[in-house]
Design a protein around this ligand. Structure first.
Ligand SMILES: [Zn+2]
Length: 163
């Protein structure tokens, strides 16, 4: 699923390099957060998780206001399974979007907010340290952290440019 969030134009300025550390994005409004929450919950319904039985959905908002959804896709060869967060990112990148504003993640876990695994944090980091990750519970509550908070002292594309 790929939809456009038409309600609001985000001011992730196009001239910002994806790895810029200074946020130029205004806070998301409640309606925008609500929509991301809804889409990540919907995406969870497509999860292919016959081994873990742990469906996860993600909704990735680009700076252009486009939303890409993703779900986990497991494999009988376990290591080949991919998380919902990376599915959404790969869908976006494959369609030419690399500037991200926020991602919301949903699971069925009533007890805990769903958090991205370390591998997903590193893949998110590739595109910026400065975007928001909404980690939700099925009751609609969430915590939000920047990627910088989720993956401090991280290694990214600019580190390779130092040599
Ligand atoms: Zn992951």
């Amino acid at each position: 699923m790929s939809v456009t969030m038409a309600q609001v134009q985000y001011d992730c300025l196009q001239e910002n390099h994806p790895n810029d550390t200074n946020s130029s994005a205004s806070p998301m409004g409640p309606e925008q957060i609500e929509l991301l929450m809804h889409i990540c919950k919907e995406a969870k319904k497509s999860a292919y998780c016959p081994y873990s039985h742990f469906p996860v959905g993600a909704a990735l908002l680009t700076c252009d206001g486009k939303i890409f959804s993703g779900c986990n896709v497991e494999n009988a060869c376990y290591p080949l399974g991919i998380c919902a967060e990376r599915t959404a990112i790969q869908k976006a990148v494959s369609e030419g979007y690399v500037n991200f504003r926020a991602m919301a993640i949903a699971s069925n876990s009533e007890e805990d907010f769903i958090v991205p695994c370390g591998a997903c944090r590193q893949v998110m980091r590739e595109f910026s340290r400065d975007w928001d990750i909404y980690m939700t519970k099925p009751d609609g509550t969430y915590i939000v952290k920047t990627l910088q908070e989720l993956l401090p002292l991280s290694f990214g594309p600019e580190d390779l440019k130092k040599f």
